[in-house]
Design a protein around this ligand. Structure first.
Ligand code: PDD
Length: 291
């Protein structure tokens, strides 16, 4: 079955879908994106993803390509046409097509929109039950990681280094040893006295939608959560380390570089939060599309 993509007003078989060579997304990475998990045919944290999409557009002075209602219809149609039960949808908005020049083109240039879908959501439970290894890498990104920009070369290089080391992710840190996040997910640790810690949602990280939901779920479950920077040294001595993200859910980390985290088994808090997050996804209803 061929995948159907939405490109600037048309639904096309993905292999026939294309964008213009002078699209600014292609030439300048002048575009933003969102990845939304589809669970039982319903979007996870749709309102949060849409709010972040609009925030990214506003931060880059880009026009919104469609109203929330129109975009929702497109996304529902992409889910339907691709028969997605559990999967992800990808939305990319670029500033548009114009002769190559660094400064923004005139008002008349319309943003380009692409929506695609993939089957398969999250890693198999067996991966979470075993826990994953991460490597560490210097965070080489720009200073506006809060914008979900398609300029992902530094993220791709870090993820490639992880893949070559047979690791699941790369934990990114600044030169002073502060852990910002990971290449495609947010990073967390649990202190020896059971405080859950994650970097505050500043310009140094992407404010993950999963991160925000997991903070709520954790607090509701009675855990203490602190949003503060932590160092690699703290993470190495932590009781637990874990990751969160749309394609990760909650993932226990059992090894950082060549050293085990605590006793090398997945942390009980991370596993509990994963289960609670899964229960939240299982509980979605049609209202999940409301914004
Ligand atoms: N990325 N940090 C980075 C750098 C990310 O790329 C992502 C997600 C996250 C987690 O954010 P959220 O919980 O909103 O998915 C954190 C998506 C999945 C991607 O680029 O494919």
């Amino acid at each position: 079955m061929s995948h159907i993509a939405y490109v600037n007003g048309r639904y096309l078989p993905q292999k026939h879908a294309s964008v213009h060579i002078e699209d600014r997304g292609y030439q300048f990475a002048d575009g933003i994106y969102e990845v939304i998990c589809i669970w039982n045919g319903l979007p996870v944290d749709y309102a949060g993803h849409l709010a972040r999409l609009n925030r990214s557009l506003a931060e880059l002075s880009m026009r919104s390509p469609a109203s929330a209602g129109a975009l929702t219809l497109i996304l529902k149609e992409i889910v339907r046409r691709n028969h997605i039960d559990k999967g992800t949808i990808y939305i990319q908005v670029n500033r548009g097509v114009a002769p190559r020049a660094h400064a923004f083109p005139g008002e008349g240039v319309k943003p380009s929109v692409v929506v695609t879908a993939k089957h398969g959501a999250g890693s198999p439970e067996s991966v979470a039950e075993a826990g994953v290894k991460v490597i560490t890498a210097v965070d080489q990104r720009w200073d506006r990681c809060d914008i979900k920009s398609v300029g992902l070369l530094a993220n791709a290089l870090a993820k490639q280094a992880a893949t070559e080391a047979k690791a699941y992710e790369a934990l990114l840190h600044t030169s002073d040893g502060t852990v910002t996040e990971a290449s495609v997910s947010n990073a967390w640790m649990v202190t020896p006295d059971k405080v859950i810690v994650t970097h505050p949602a500043t310009q140094a990280i992407l404010g993950g939608i999963t991160r925000a939901t997991v903070i709520k779920i954790a607090r509701a479950a009675g855990y203490q959560v602190k949003e503060r920077p932590f160092t690699l040294a703290e993470a190495r001595k932590a009781k637990e380390v874990f990751l969160t993200g749309t394609t990760t859910f909650v993932m226990p980390v059992v090894q950082i570089d060549e050293r085990p985290v605590a006793n090398g088994a997945p942390g009980t808090i991370a596993l509990d939060l994963r289960q609670r997050y899964r229960a939240f996804m299982d509980g979605l209803t049609e209202t999940a599309w409301n914004v």
